[in-house]
Write a protein that binds this ligand. Structure first.
Ligand code: NDP
Ligand SMILES: O=C1OC[C@@H](O)[C@H](O)[C@H]1O
Length: 393
């Protein structure tokens, strides 16, 4: 008989930036509001690489319980026996070293996207998770949206026949009046030292839709790595600003088109009236996914013989009625909790091999585009004392 006591996971939050805050507030949201009774989350500790006070301020800001510990270093966080799983919320440049720090300390890890800067780093992380016998997952939250699960199920059930093409776009119109992209050159979005660029930050979501619909749904033995043809425009910092990828899956005769840009937006006027960000095209019809590729809230199923009778399905994110809070990151946290409870080391919705194949596609894209990042962030040699782990910037 299933236990009526929810399984509790104690989180350690590594970094105190934007997404750390959003994710932690979702962790603290009441699971009942999303009809979840079997798992729950606690914030055990928060670490800032810059100052203990920053971690303490973060704990106050997100309204975590005062029992949550504040640390002024990532090393202290991963040594805390009260932390079951570490959420790595640093820039992409830091993921390899930071996730290794936690894995080497024997911690389970949820690491923000893009998982790493290259495929070799991703492979090393997976090997380490295996060696240590811990859970490890890339935090592509979109995969855990009920909408994504429904779309994958529709494809698997043959609702639109054989899928031959997926076109997916995640672009943000960030060009300012002066022709420059509206982020300072030092910002993580365009700074090569922080693995900046459209591809690793946004393109990963376009690729997520290509992979969810053309790769993930295939039987294990039929999953194939795609051929990659990419066009990349570089910003003056050296990071990619507009990147378009054609992925060819030869055995399935399917194509994925993954688009991303910091010059033009998928949502032209900010009113979400620009049409489908994702089109999944099959022999018997098409599924269109509306809204930003990272956080889609509606899909449409258009059958070949529908005669205009389109099925429209809304999948809103449950909000706390009092605070209005709820961003949809809690679903990926619930997945982590269930995997820990059930002793699973990887998530079935985003297995290790799939994260690695996607990293291979991104690495090849950057190679074709001539985007080069500094050695300190591309090395696949773990160094506990790397400046990326100690915060000595
Ligand atoms: N899933 C999603 O929807 C989203 C995911 N992300 C992902 O999360 C990660 C972090 O993004 P975001 O929160 O926007 O970034 P921020 O710049 O807001 O925060 C990053 C944090 O990392 C820590 N950090 C450590 N070293 C550095 C450094 N050299 N430069 C800057 N920060 C450093 C800092 O925390 P401290 O000083 O406390 O150590 C900082 O606050 C990225 O990988 C991004 O792709 C981002 C936005 C949305
Ligand atoms: O993951 C993300 O999703 C939302 C974007 O605004 C952000 O830049 C990116 O990191």
């Amino acid at each position: 008989m299933a236990s009526s006591t929810p399984y509790t996971v104690r989180w350690g939050i590594m970094a105190t930036g934007w997404i750390a805050e959003v994710f932690t507030k979702d962790l603290l949201a009441n699971p009942a509001l999303r009809n979840v009774q079997d798992v729950r989350h606690e914030v055990a500790a928060v670490a800032s690489s810059s100052a203990k006070d920053r971690a303490a301020d973060f704990i106050n800001k997100v309204k975590a319980p005062s029992s949550a510990k504040a640390y002024g270093s990532y090393h202290e966080l991963v040594a805390d026996p009260d932390v079951d799983i570490v959420y790595v919320a640093t820039p992409h440049s830091h993921h390899f070293q930071n996730a290794m720090l936690a894995l080497e300390a024997g911690k389970n890890v949820l690491c923000e996207k893009a998982l790493t800067v290259n495929a070799s780093q991703a492979r090393k992380l997976v090997e380490t998770a295996k060696d240590k016998g811990v859970f490890f997952m890339e935090a592509v939250w979109t995969r855990y949206f009920p909408l994504s699960i429904q779309v994958r199920d529709l494809i698997s059930s043959g609702a639109i026949g054989d899928v031959y093409r997926t076109i997916a776009d995640l672009s943000l119109a960030k060009q300012g009046a002066d022709g420059k992209i509206d982020y300072p050159d030092a910002n993580r979005m365009v700074n090569p030292e922080l693995a900046g660029g459209a591809l690793l930050d946004l393109g990963i979501y376009a690729l997520t839709w290509v992979f969810q619909t053309l790769y993930h749904v295939q039987p294990e033995a039929q999953k194939e790595a795609p051929k990659v043809t990419a066009a990349v425009n570089k910003y003056h910092t050296g990071a990619d600003e507009t990147t378009s990828i054609i992925l060819q899956f030869p055995n399935h005769k399917s194509h994925g088109i993954a688009l991303t840009s910091l010059r033009v937006g998928s949502d032209v006027d900010g009113t979400k009236s620009s049409g489908a960000a994702i089109r999944i095209q099959g022999s018997e019809g098409e599924i269109q996914v509306m809204g930003p590729a990272y956080c889609p809230l509606q899909y449409r199923v258009i059958k070949k013989d529908s005669n205009g009778d389109i099925k429209i399905v809304d999948c809103p994110i449950p909000k706390d009625p009092e605070s209005g809070w709820g961003q949809g990151m809690f679903w990926e946290a619930d997945e982590c909790a269930r995997c820990l409870r059930d002793g699973q080391k990887e998530s079935k919705s985003l297995p290790w091999t799939e994260s690695i194949v996607i990293m291979e596609v991104m690495e090849e894209t950057l190679r074709q585009g001539g985007v080069v990042y500094p050695d300190v962030i591309t090395t696949d040699v773990y160094d506990a004392q790397s400046p990326l782990n100690t915060g000595k910037r």
